[in-house]
Ligand binder design. Sequence first.
Ligand code: PMP
Length: 330
Amino acid sequence: MRYVDSMLDLIGNTPLVRLNSVTQGLQATVLAKVEYLNPGGSVKDRIAVRMIDAAEASGQLQPGGVIVEPTSGNTGVGLAMVAQQRGYRCIFVCPDKVSTDKINVLRAYGADVVVCPTAVDPAHPDSYYNVSDRLVRETPGAWKPDQYSNPHNPESHYVATGPEIWEQTEGRVTAFVAGVGTGGTISGTGRFLKEVSGGAVRVIGADPEGSVYSGGSGRPYLVEGVGEDFWPTAYDRTVADEIIAVSDRDSFLMTRRLAREEGLLVGGSCGMAVVAALRAAEGLGPDDVVVVLLPDSGRGYLSKIFNDEWMADHGFLEAAPGEAKVADVL
Ligand code: PMP
């Protein structure tokens, strides 16, 4: 019989898929590492299981313990899935701007979600920051993974994502491109690929225009999961050779092209990373192999990036929303 013991055994070992259409005119091979094929639907399953393993080993997380993290996104899903399998309770703290769909995903795995008002000062007792700190202090057996400072976030990519890419490309990878959020993916994967190749692999970060990694101050942008207004310790500034800033518009239009031209229904940070990868590949030759990591699925963005009205409202589409003419579809 062929089976795995649990969903946790399906984390990692994601495939590389060649991009064939959006790469037209380029000589280099561009390969996408498709992370939505992880069991929780994103790259963050990798860090969830490793951070929890390490906390169990160090005794920070004991049987019956409670995982408390301020997150509404992919990291929450990864933590909730691993916690469910290992018998821990999870409490996530989210600002009230987070969509109910995202909150319901966390609750579906059995997690508790505390929703905090966005419209209060960070110093207010009900603020997102204060509520999560208070829950950690006051919940017996509480442990906060803190993906922004936890060394096992980049480490999970150093021990797995990097080696996978090296093996899958038989050592032929010449450039690695990833979006930067906490910085865990680029720091861990990039460090491994640089070490194993003797510095031959070029590491390129993709960042939303306005975020600190590409020289901004944290100006708002709409791409989710990437960019910051501070420098997390999970990000190793010595790894990336270059950071390419990408606009929301370019990110979202590429995200839509990936679905329509490559059959890849992925999230907005994936479109952003692909734009950066294509720019990086422009001057490269036929022997170059560019690997671009795609963190999550497009399912979480159907009412935004894949919604013509939302795109038009933000000025990202020229055509009128949802108005395909008969002549366009025949
Ligand atoms: N894209 C998405 C959708 C994410 O959720 C994240 C994680 N914040 C990233 C990209 C960036 O990954 P990292 O935190 O490892 O830099």
